[in-house]
Design a protein around this ligand. Structure first.
Ligand code: SDX
Length: 431
């Protein structure tokens, strides 16, 4: 007796449908509704996709209730402590931790692709100096397809691989160039003697007028921030990359779309908005005023860096980030960082407040990251570009998985139409 496949029975009007059900290796079971419209003549309705799985994936898993995050099965806290970003990139891309030989080969590939076509520097001149670096990154990353035609044929696995290496290798260079341009300083070329995080710090903070030596402690903190932001299931920007990729758009256009989506303050823009909020609060005694505003339905203000669609427990990345904040500020000799003090007191108050407890609102990855980046010398406008830099490996891995899925087809959601039914045109003189 073979196990009959599990089904969900759906009955409505005069119909009774048996919809297939599948069980994952972790997380909730799913009901397959791909045939629902054909068999039942109805759509499902789920704005914001709160209960909808858009794909099957083997890359990242989040347990929102437990506050767990796994990259290819490896817990984020173990990777943050024991691994490094280049090894995390390899593991996300290829599914397994690399052997030493494979890691050396992969790192060499990335290192030797860090420069961008030298003519790209002229693209930056089209922007005002006060342009937000995210605006520049959207434009320049999209323009990569105009310089790297030989890795835009998505039907060619070799070109897909080449585009993936190029994206991971060049995104720090582009982010650093966006920063230098907005700071009015000359671009700094990559230095292949340096590791990924050190290279980025040097491209951001070195100036031709003097020697720049990377602080290994800052490089390690930078590398850890990259790791914590590398991937996160089907979040808004990853879903944007997948949807853009489903039409056959070239990889650089898809990553540019992801960058544009990440910029929103409800998503990756929250790290900048959170530090600006902490600065606006200014002193610990003003925290209750802002907590009251966050709870007031008539006030659009929300506590930036708090809450999450999936985590209904502590975001594990926020825990690691909080430890790093203490470590980095201490190592930088930044005593009594008022912003960190406000953040910790705000966290304490919010986590005791019934409103936040009942809605399971905890600090997320963006709550502490801005404090570290600020202490490292980055302006708030560079916080989201650093998030985009870190997430590029996740986006490109998810893009690859989508294209390798044999059931992949163009994403095209339907709608619950509430507009006018058909009516005849009325001539202007009769209106
Ligand atoms: C990221 O998806 C990902 O994985 C994203 C990300 C990733 O790595 O890719 O983790 C990165 O984007 C982290 C989130 C960064 N954003 C912020 O910190 C902005 C502030 N947070 C909120 O805007 C909100 O919490 C979201 C957008 C993060 C989640 O929104 P949801 O899931 O749609 O939840 P919701 O808006 O329906 O909120 C549920 C309730 C609401 O109240 P009720 O309507 O039930 O009365 O909680 C309230 C909200 O008003 N609420 C908040 C709040 N977040 C939610 N109230 C005050 N302050 C907040 N921060």
């Amino acid at each position: 007796m073979t196990d009959a496949p599990r089904t969900a029975k759906l009955t409505f009007d005069d119909k009774e449908l048996d919809l297939p059900m599948y069980s994952p290796t972790a997380g909730p079971d799913v009901i397959d509704i791909t045939k629902l419209y054909a068999q039942g003549g109805v759509f499902t309705y789920d704005p914001g996709f709160t209960s909808t799985a858009s794909c099957d994936s083997t890359i990242t898993y989040i347990d929102g209730g437990k506050g767990e995050l796994l990259y290819r099965g490896y817990p984020i806290d173990q990777l943050a402590e024991k691994s490094n970003y280049i090894e995390v990139c390899y593991t996300l891309l290829y599914g397994e931790l690399p052997t030493e030989d494979k890691l050396i080969d992969f790192e060499r590939k990335i290192t030797t692709h860090t420069m961008v076509h030298d003519q790209m520097q002229f693209l930056f001149r089209g922007f005002r100096r006060d342009a937000h670096p995210m605006a520049i990154m959207c434009g320049v990353v999209g323009a990569l397809s105009a310089f790297y035609h030989d890795s835009t044929d998505i039907s060619d696995p070799e070109q897909r691989e080449h585009a993936s290496i190029r994206m991971i290798a060049k995104i720090p260079t582009i982010a650093a160039m966006a920063y230098k341009y907005s700071a009015g300083q000359p671009f700094v070329y990559p230095d292949n003697k340096l590791d990924y995080a050190s290279n980025f710090l040097r491209m951001c903070f070195a100036v031709p007028a003097e020697e720049y030596v990377v602080d290994p402690i800052l490089a390690k903190a930078m590398d850890r921030i990259f790791t914590l932001h590398a991937d996160h299931e089907q979040n808004a920007s990853t879903s944007t990359v997948r949807l853009a990729g489903s039409s056959g758009a070239n990889p650089f256009a898809c990553i540019a779309a992801g960058i544009a989506c990440l910029w929103g303050p409800a998503h990756g823009g929250a790290n900048q908005a959170c530090l600006e909020m902490l600065r606006e609060i200014g002193t610990v005694d003003r925290i209750p005023e802002y907590v009251a505003r966050a709870k007031d339905k008539s006030d659009p203000f929300r506590l930036m860096g708090f809450g999450h669609r999936v985590y209904k427990n502590f975001d594990p990345r926020a825990k690691v980030m909080k430890e790093s904040a203490d470590e980095v500020l201490d190592l930088l000799g930044i005593e009594n960082n008022e912003t960190l003090k406000i953040a910790k007191e705000l966290e304490r108050i919010a986590l005791e407040d019934e409103y936040f407890v009942s809605k399971k609102l905890y600090p997320n990855v963006d709550f502490y990251s801005g404090i570290i980046l600020d202490a490292m010398g980055f302006p708030t406008s560079m916080f989201t570009p650093i998030f985009a830099l870190s997430r590029t490996v996740g986006w490109i891995t998810q893009w690859q998985e989508m294209l390798n899925d044999p059931s992949q087809k163009i994403g095209r959601p339907r709608q619950l139409y509430k507009g006018a039914t058909q009516r005849d045109y009325v001539d202007l003189d009769k209106r």
